[in-house]
Design a protein around this ligand. Structure first.
Ligand code: 16G
Length: 242
């Protein structure tokens, strides 16, 4: 009685089957960053229609298994990070997972703290802070875009140093070890600027983490990290409360 319902069920099944074939017969032989064969080639290899191949690819893109690059093709996505919520630097966290961290410093300068930044750092508005904007990569794949503010008085000469790992510098150059932090996590859709920096489509999901970090009683950081939603998951251990 509902022919349209039946046809959509059949289509979904076929689409799911081809999606499975793509994963088990094509993607499994490729490494992250490698391109999948052309649609035409996939039609030949999997013996299905072009439309079905296209739909299956769309599903895998939506799941984050594949990513499209305009005019270049469709690629197997890079590493997916499953992070426990803990106080670790980006560099250490990636190394702990066998990935090579890289940092591209996009901007670093000293500025007077605006009210919102000053409040989080426990400073008077206008107090000099160092603003560091960085793109964080793992094995060459963009993972996060981070902007942090650091009290200039706590870190004299910071701008002259190599800013690829701040927590490392804080410990080695300034004898300040990160001891605790407060963090908030929220979801956001990438705006054009974030999308461009992270190499994702506009409106793609981001996991935003805002952190205030302490070295003992001293507040040393207020940072906002925009992580790619397709490459980052957070895990936490739960204990009963109340
Ligand atoms: C993490 C922190 C960030 C900190 C950075 C230091 C989150 C959400 N953010 O990315 O606040 O600045 O580590 O890492 O975890 P680094 O020592 O490699 O610069």
């Amino acid at each position: 009685d509902h022919p349209t319902d039946y046809s959509s069920v059949l289509l979904t099944t076929k689409r799911a089957r081809v999606r499975h074939l793509l994963e088990t017969q094509v993607i499994c032989d490729l490494r992250p960053g490698e391109a999948i064969p052309s649609e035409r080639e996939l039609v030949r290899r999997l013996e299905v229609s072009r439309v079905t191949v296209r739909h299956a690819i769309e599903d895998l893109v939506a799941e984050g298994r594949l990513e499209k690059s305009h005019g270049r093709g469709t690629f197997v996505t890079g590493p997916r990070i499953e992070s426990r919520l803990h106080l670790m630097s980006f560099s250490r966290e990636m190394r702990a997972r066998g990935l090579e961290p890289q940092t591209r410093v996009l901007d670093a300068c000293e500025v007077p703290a605006v009210v919102t930044v000053a409040e989080r750092l426990g400073l008077e508005a206008g107090t000099p802070v160092v603003r560091v904007e960085r793109l964080r990569l793992a094995d060459g794949n963009p993972m996060a875009h981070e902007t942090g503010f650091y009290p200039a008085a706590s870190f004299p000469g910071l701008l002259e140093l190599d800013l690829s790992s701040l927590y490392d510098i804080f410990a080695r150059h300034y004898g300040k070890r990160v001891t605790s932090g407060e963090q908030e996590i929220r979801a956001e859709a990438a705006d054009t600027a974030q999308a461009n920096v992270l190499g994702i489509p506009r409106r793609a999901p981001l996991l935003v983490q805002e952190r205030v970090t302490f070295a003992g009683k001293e507040t040393i950081e207020f940072a906002t990290s925009h992580y790619r939603g397709d490459r980052y998951r957070l895990q936490m251990d739960l204990t009963p409360s109340g």
